[in-house]
Design a protein around this ligand. Structure first.
Ligand SMILES: CC(C)=CCC[C@@H](C)[C@H]1CC[C@H]2C3=C(CC[C@]12C)[C@@]1(C)CC[C@H](O)C[C@@H]1CC3
Length: 375
């Protein structure tokens, strides 16, 4: 794409996001739902849902269309899901490991510190967060390390929220957020000391495309650290039950195509990275599973405070949210399509848990890859 086409696409996305969500930043699910423009919300809902057939047999052609339209797919997904994520999960949109007794938000932060420490992020470094969401990890890593973090994200709504939260935490000078496509990163080559991506690059149509761009902007000798969403070695694409779980993960999470671990490692090598560490952190035999909040069993909560924190994530909490959305939609306080959004998020939760329980899926295939000093 030429520079002028890129800025035209960006302006269109920004205008769409403003028309859909309104100009002012609000907090709380109900306040956010109330402020949506119903007609624009309808467009976002239709755009997302038309990418997925509900009952008919899924064909390779459907998958190809999603891969070709990945920007529309991912943008419409996050235009619909972001408020629900913040309401149910907070502002760091990722999973994590837990040790016995560890509180939810503490574990989330520790997962971010672990990544920052492994790629050697230090005070004053210039670091890129690829697919930064609303900036939860970028803020935590900025506070933790003193580095300057730039978050890249193609969703204009999330970018606006990221600026808002960073300013509130006094990080306006230490962070920046840029709307852009990670398949065409809008920065110069060799411009970042370190790059990380947390559960984001699975939205790309190919690992090679996004990793190649990360390689380009990273300085020689710099490290790229990532938690990648992958299907495990036990996953068999020709097994109908496995495929159904993978498809649920795709549809519920706005992912054009789930790929195996092998493809991730091969892509890193193909674009020139030297892989220094790789390990599936979901397969470490942890007594507390990474997916426990979505399992719906409050007895698995780590602390009393966690019962409240994880309430909206459990089956009972999700049932309540669905009914609340039904009522809000019926009385006109939430736009049409809100119940549908909650329903594909339910698909996400169930498919993620099923994939985890059968050891078919990991949201934390962790790797550190280095750009050779001679590159
Ligand atoms: C999509 C990717 C690559 C990463 C996001 C990972 C997680 C943060 C989300 C995956 C499924 C999401 C769900 C919710 C919050 C965010 C996730 C865990 C809810 C708990 C939000 C509240 C809703 O009512 C139910 C959602 C279920 C799925």
């Amino acid at each position: 794409m030429t520079q002028s086409t890129v800025s035209a696409v960006n302006s269109e996305d920004i205008a769409f996001a403003r028309a859909l969500h309104g100009e002012k930043i609000k907090s709380g699910l109900i306040a956010n739902l109330k402020s949506k423009n119903a007609d624009v919300h309808n467009v976002a809902t239709d755009t997302y849902l038309k990418m997925w057939k509900k009952s008919d047999v899924e064909t390779k052609e459907d998958e190809k269309k999603r891969l070709g339209n990945y920007t529309q797919l991912v943008n419409s997904y996050y235009n619909l899901a972001t408020d629900f994520y913040e309401y149910g999960w907070g502002t760091s949109f990722h999973f994590c490991r837990y040790y016995p007794g560890e509180e939810f938000f503490r574990a989330i932060a520790r997962h971010e510190h672990f990544l920052a420490a492994n790629i050697g992020i230090k005070k004053g470094m210039k670091v890129l967060d690829v697919g930064c969401g609303v900036g939860g990890p970028a803020r935590e890593i900025a506070h933790f390390t003193g580095a300057n973090i730039v978050g890249l994200n193609n969703n204009a709504y999330q970018i606006e929220r990221a600026f808002h939260y960073a300013a509130k935490e006094g990080l306006a000078d230490q962070t920046d957020f840029v709307k852009g496509n990670f398949m065409e990163i809008p920065f110069e080559e060799n411009s970042y000391d370190a790059v990380y991506a947390i559960e984001a690059t699975c939205h790309a149509p190919t690992f090679e495309g996004v990793y190649g761009e990360i390689f380009r902007v990273l300085k020689p000798g710099g490290s790229f650290g990532c938690y990648e969403w992958c299907m495990s070695d036990d996953y068999d694409e020709n097994n109908a039950q496995h495929r159904e779980i993978a498809h649920g993960i795709e549809r519920g999470n706005g992912i054009p195509k789930m790929r195996p671990i092998g493809e991730c490692l091969q892509a890193l090598k193909n674009v020139g990275f030297e892989i220094e560490i790789h390990q599936d952190l979901a397969a470490m035999g942890d007594p507390i599973h990474w997916f426990y909040p979505l399992e719906g069993d409050l007895r698995k909560c780590q602390t009393v405070r966690d019962v409240l924190t994880t309430l909206a994530m459990t089956k009972a909490g999700r049932f309540t949210t669905t009914n609340m959305c039904r009522v809000l939609e019926a009385v006109g306080l939430a736009p049409k399509g809100t119940v549908e959004t909650q329903s594909f998020l339910e698909v996400a939760a169930d498919a993620l848990v099923a994939g985890a329980q059968k050891n078919l899926f990991t949201p934390m295939f962790f790797f550190v890859a280095k750009k050779p000093a001679t590159a």
